[in-house]
Design a protein around this ligand. Structure first.
Ligand code: 13P
Ligand code: ZN
Length: 273
């Protein structure tokens, strides 16, 4: 047995590798965090080290006190998650005040650091957990289609939500609340973390202009699937534009409302009309 035989480790690495195969993670682009269940922590605990020093988070996330997070490391490449996972990712424990973390496994035996977007991930986890404790995954990547759209569409929640909803029929079902769009900001800090988490009480998808996407979900498959759906719709939208042909028909509001009724979902009606 090794830690890599645990289901949680297998699921995490598989998801990260799927993102790499999609082309969403050039170099060290993107990051993935997972709030572990108590049973998963116990599965991994035999492999923990106890030399990790507490590191201040520079903020307090009270409702994450005592939680354990799997996280990619800053500067680490997703392509290496399957090659050298003990270098590319780690497990961090949050202290009982929720204002510091320490590494308990991985990341080069604790010599390296969690992703520079750890503040954004933790604030998003905090907001999501408060709203629905089933949420456990925060995923950030750099997909071509959505990033391209942030150059040609107004950076507006309604415009982006409608563009994505009305391009592929499953979209309103997969993200009925739509998406939030955040104008360009400096990555890796507390400012962008606060703005992003401000949207996460309402949305599962936040788009960072000219940078990438943050998605939140309950498990690896659903979160990956959400990212995949958003990006696929963006790719179709771009292909339509590339064709240079006039749009003759689309998914109308009438169709959106019919989908809402049939699939028993609640669409964000602010984005209709
Ligand atoms: P990290 O290497 O620190 O995870 O940063 C990658 C990234 O995508 C920053 O937004
Ligand atoms: Zn990024």
């Amino acid at each position: 047995m090794s830690i890599f035989d645990t289901e949680v480790m297998k699921g995490y690495i598989r998801m990260g590798n799927e993102g790499w195969k999609q082309g969403w993670h050039e170099r060290n682009g993107g990051n993935l965090t997972y709030r572990m269940k108590a049973s998963e922590v116990e599965d991994c605990r035999p492999y923990f080290y106890d030399h990790g020093a507490w590191v201040s988070l520079g903020m307090t996330v009270e409702n994450l006190a005592g939680e354990y997070f799997m996280t990619t490391g800053t500067g680490k490449f997703f392509q290496n998650l399957v090659v050298s996972p003990e270098l590319a990712l780690g497990i961090a424990e949050i202290n009982d005040k929720g204002d510091a973390y320490r590494l308990v496994w991985g990341l080069n035996d604790g010599k390296d650091r969690p992703t520079s977007e750890f503040p954004s991930h933790l604030l998003n986890h905090s907001v999501k957990k408060a709203a629905n404790p089933d949420y456990r995954v925060i995923y950030h990547c750099h997909p071509v289609g959505v990033i391209a759209l942030t150059f040609i569409l107004p950076l507006d929640n309604k415009v982006f939500s409608r563009a994505l909803w009305c391009t592929m029929t499953e979209c309103p079902i997969i993200f009925p609340h739509g998406v939030a769009v955040i104008p360009w900001m400096m990555p890796g800090g507390l400012d962008i973390a606060k703005v992003t988490s401000g949207y996460m009480s309402e949305f599962d998808v936040a788009i960072w202009a000219h940078h990438g996407i943050f998605c939140a979900g309950t498990d690896f498959d659903n979160t990956f699937g959400l990212m995949h759906t958003v990006e696929k719709s963006a790719q179709i939208y771009l292909n339509i534009l590339h064709s240079g042909k006039p749009i003759l028909q689309t998914i109308t509001d009438e169709y959106l409302l019919a989908i809402e009724k049939d699939f028993k979902i609640t669409l964000n009606h602010e984005f209709l009309g």
